[in-house]
Design a protein around this ligand. Structure first.
Ligand code: GRG
Length: 313
């Protein structure tokens, strides 16, 4: 994939340009910090698996990365995060207003690029996906500091805020590949399951990972009072005192007792159970690939299922 991804990066850098220096500065700052580029990879791999090799694939791959980057810029403001991709966040460096506005620039640039692809189905998929992502963030906001949300409530949030863009990326590859609707839906199901697995692991790494490897601050979720699956499961499995400890942390967003809570999440098996849930989603994703003919791209999609679960960043 390396030469393919270099082509995507070339499109990304070409399309970042703006006459406004601050936009150039911030967008280049965040994009050049890297990132795993998983969503563009999904577009390319599904297009390739279905035999499409037109140049629109690079454009669509860059579009989903722009949308992803816009959501990161906005998310770091909402969450008041200070570290992303191993660097100070854009909001920490340039301020909230500049970060939100450059996020808007990237988001609207993505829509300009979509129009240039000139396919109604592409606009349809991405207009729907971005709307659902925004709904997911608002749902998450409503759930903040609420220790009584259910696992289903939590899963709904992560399917909306994270899995939806994975789903759209996979679907777009299938659209380019001229897949019939049933096959397109299978490809989208893969993206949705992979994205769900990916966010489950993101949430467990917040308790298990190391900030240096993760490129962001461990414990941020607890600081914000985010009721993620590791905490929900620890509450289900702990003693009454332990439940109260976690409930208090969610309701007040405290990190003073982070070490105690990490130990509890580990002791109760909540981390393992979260990883099991991610494995189950990855298995679901794998099953969807049976609909594709054998190819190197299909193999790479299978490998992504392993990497989404067994990763440290
Ligand atoms: C602009 C459409 C739009 C919506 C704004 C703030 C917001 C609404 C959405 C945020 C959604 C969000 C950031 C979800 C988390 C997704 C996630 C797991 C991000 C990290 O993805 P990685 O690990 O990042 O792929 P890298 O750095 O590798 O690119």
């Amino acid at each position: 994939m390396a030469p393919e991804m270099r082509r995507v990066d070339a499109v990304i850098h070409e399309r970042l340009s703006s006459q406004v220096a601050l936009i150039d500065q911030i967008s280049t700052y965040i994009v050049s910090a890297g990132g795993k580029r998983i969503r563009p990879r999904l577009v390319l791999l599904f297009a390739q698996a279905l035999g499409f090799d037109g140049p629109e694939r690079y454009e669509l791959a860059a579009i989903v990365e722009f949308i992803h980057t816009a959501t990161l810029l906005h998310d770091d403001v909402v969450d008041e995060s200070s570290l992303r991709r191993g660097r100070a966040t854009s909001n920490a460096l340039f301020g909230n207003a500049a970060s939100v506005l450059v996020g808007d620039f990237l988001y609207s640039r993505a829509f300009q690029m979509m129009v240039s692809v000139n396919r109604m189905r592409v606009l349809d998929v991405l207009a729907d996906a971005t709307n659902v992502i925004a709904e997911g963030e608002v749902l998450q906001l409503i759930n903040m500091h609420d220790a009584d949300i259910t696992v289903e409530d939590y899963l709904r949030v992560i399917r909306f805020k994270t899995a939806k863009l994975f789903e759209a990326s996979a679907r777009l590859g299938a659209v380019l590949g001229g897949a019939e609707r049933a096959l397109e839906d299978r490809c989208a199901d893969y993206g949705r399951a992979l994205g769900t697995a990916f966010q489950l692991v993101d949430d467990l790494l917040d308790y298990e990972g190391k900030s240096a490897e993760l490129g962001k601050n461990v414990g941020d979720d607890l600081r914000e009072g985010k009721p993620t699956l590791p905490l929900l499961l620890a509450m289900q499995r702990g003693t009454e005192d332990e439940r109260q400890l976690v409930r208090h942390a969610i309701e007040h967003g405290e990190v003073e007792r982070l070490a105690e809570i990490v130990a509890l999440v580990q002791r109760t098996g909540a981390l393992e159970a979260t990883r099991d849930a991610a494995e189950a989603e990855a298995d679901r994703a794998r099953e969807c690939l049976a609909a594709l003919p054998e190819s190197q791209a299909r193999q790479a999609l299978l490998e992504l299922c392993v990497r989404a679960v067994h990763r440290s960043s």
